[in-house]
Design a protein around this ligand. Structure first.
Ligand code: NAD
Length: 479
């Protein structure tokens, strides 16, 4: 049975699309069609932005509600999402190949958690009253920034959607969301949850489509803020448009983070965490540490350990409970990843395991380890977005820091050591937006985001809220 939608979520309910083309959804594991949604057009974006604009400008509407009232509405939304958690996880796995056990964690659990977190954060946010240096005092208030255009990728679609819409809605903004064409069925289930929760009309709208539709949303005159997660190339285009329009923008882009194994690391005791920090979600997460830096003093042993880890990964049907790695999202993505593996080999890398295709159905690539990679090789510099780790040798800590920081990106990373204090000291020397010691897990209360070509702005934590608010100073007792 396929899942097929006929209408779009615009203006608080199901609304007929302006065009008649559809986005088919294909399972990357079976290559079969599993559903479809209407493809949004510019006219649909116009309607969605108009609805979001009316909802935002309503003097008694969402933006004017007490924050606690919005928090209650978000609690209701969270409850509806939780009811649909298992179905959300299954839809995501079926569309992008994410192992179901991971989808339950990331895609079923995280969105509701973020709605509750940001609802409370805004409900407890107080005006800041400051004694003025020149006499009098100033009240610094936070106002919602307006109508938000949110554009998300396919790799962790629900969690990434809520990194944006949870703080945006809590702040009092209204949102037009454009999901990626590969992962739309989860976005429409989210719309069902929003309708069931009684979210007021226009507060949230979903219009799926490709990059042209995304570009149309970014430059739309009715939008006040753009929040984008995706590739660095698309991020540059969006930054250009937003620069011209002087439109605030948050950009979460690509990465090529380092997993630095220090000379005292006991990697074999930490393999599950190492897998989580380097190969999770079939290698399709922006913050993964895909450059493994290994000390020459223990190089052969570390390559062997990582190779054994990769060989032991259970690859298969993403919906199976035991699967640790599913297929890549599309044939195009698989071809791209295979191209990088070939480039790694021809540049002089040594493939210790993987490199091929397991089975003859689905867009799978074997977990692949490439040893003896030079920091200048293409596979050490460019984001692959697949289950491929490059192992790079280093001599001492100074060289490890130089290699780790010698990247155009700066998003995630990890340090592996028997001495967590040494790990924390080392982590401070790495130029990146976030880094873990003996593991990597995003903390919802702490800012996440990139430096350099990995993006601008932060999501999660109070920092993630500030992207959807502007500060206003009200000067009192001024003479
Ligand atoms: P992509 O840039 O091709 O597409 C992302 C989204 O943007 C899609 O919805 C797409 O339709 C839309 N889009 C593409 N070009 C656009 C444009 N010029 N204007 C407006 N919208 C546009 O990326 P992808 O292949 O879907 O996702 C993988 C990339 O996302 C990787 O580079 C990965 O590192 C990055 N990513 C980053 C983070 C992060 O938090 N930093 C998280 C997840 C993924």
């Amino acid at each position: 049975m396929t899942i097929d939608y006929q209408d779009l979520y615009v203006g608080g309910g199901w609304s007929q699309p302006a065009g008649d083309s559809v986005i088919p959804v294909i399972s990357p594991a079976t290559e079969e069609r599993i559903g479809s949604v209407p493809e949004g057009t510019e006219a649909d974006i116009d309607s969605a932005v108009t609805s979001a604009r009316i909802a935002f400008d309503d003097p008694a509407g969402w933006a004017a509600w007490e924050p606690a009232q919005r928090a209650r509405a978000l609690e209701a939304f969270a409850a509806q999402l939780q009811e649909r958690g298992e179905e959300t996880a299954r839809r995501v796995s079926s569309q992008n190949g994410m192992p179901i056990t991971l989808a339950r964690q990331f895609e079923a659990g995280f969105p509701a958690m973020l709605l509750l977190y940001y609802g409370q954060l805004v409900a407890n946010q107080l005006d800041d009253v400051r004694p003025g240096m020149l006499g009098g005092s100033t009240v610094v208030t936070k106002s919602p920034i307006g109508v938000v255009g949110a554009i998300v990728p396919w790799n962790v679609p629900q969690a990434i959607t809520f990194l944006k819409i949870a703080p945006a809605l809590a702040a009092g903004c209204t949102v037009v969301l454009k999901p990626s064409p590969e992962t739309v069925l989860d976005a429409f289930l989210m719309a069902e949850a929003a309708i069931a929760a009684g979210l007021p009309p226009g507060v949230l709208n979903v219009v799926p489509g490709g990059r042209e539709l995304g570009a149309y949303l970014v430059s739309h005159p009715g939008i006040d803020k753009v929040s984008f997660t995706g590739s660095t190339g698309a991020g540059r285009d969006i930054a250009r448009t937003c620069g011209e329009l002087l439109r605030p923008v948050t950009l979460e882009l690509g990465g090529k983070s380092a997993a630095i194994v220090l000379d005292d690391a006991q990697l074999s005791e930490n393999l599950e965490s190492f897998f989580g920090a380097t190969l999770l979600n079939n290698g399709q997460i922006c913050w993964l540490g895909t450059r493994v830096l290994a000390p020459r003093s223990r190089y052969a042993e570390i390559v062997d350990t990582i190779t054994a880890l990769a060989k032991g990964i259970v690859v298969g049907d993403p919906l199976a409970e035991t699967t640790q790695m599913g297929p890549l999202v599309s044939a195009r993505q698989r071809d791209r990843v295979e191209g990088f593996i070939e480039k790694g080999r021809s540049d002089g890398g040594r493939i210790t395991t993987g490199g091929g295709r397991p089975g003859d159905r689905g867009w799978f690539v074997e977990p692949t380890i490439v040893a003896d990679v030079d920091p200048g090789h293409t596979i050490a510099r460019e984001e692959i977005f697949g289950p491929v780790l490059s192992v790079i040798p280093y001599t001492d800590e100074a060289e490890a820091v130089a290699i780790a920081n010698g990247s155009n990106y700066g998003l995630g990373g990890s340090v592996w050591t028997a001495d967590p204090e040494r790990g924390a000291r080392f982590a401070r020397r790495i130029a990146t937006g976030s880094i873990g010691v003996n593991g990597y897990v995003n903390d919802p209360t702490a800012p996440f985001g990139g430096i350099k070509s990995s993006g601008m702005g932060r999501e999660l934590g109070p920092e993630g809220l500030s992207g959807y608010q502007y500060a206003k100073s009200i000067y009192l007792d001024v003479r």
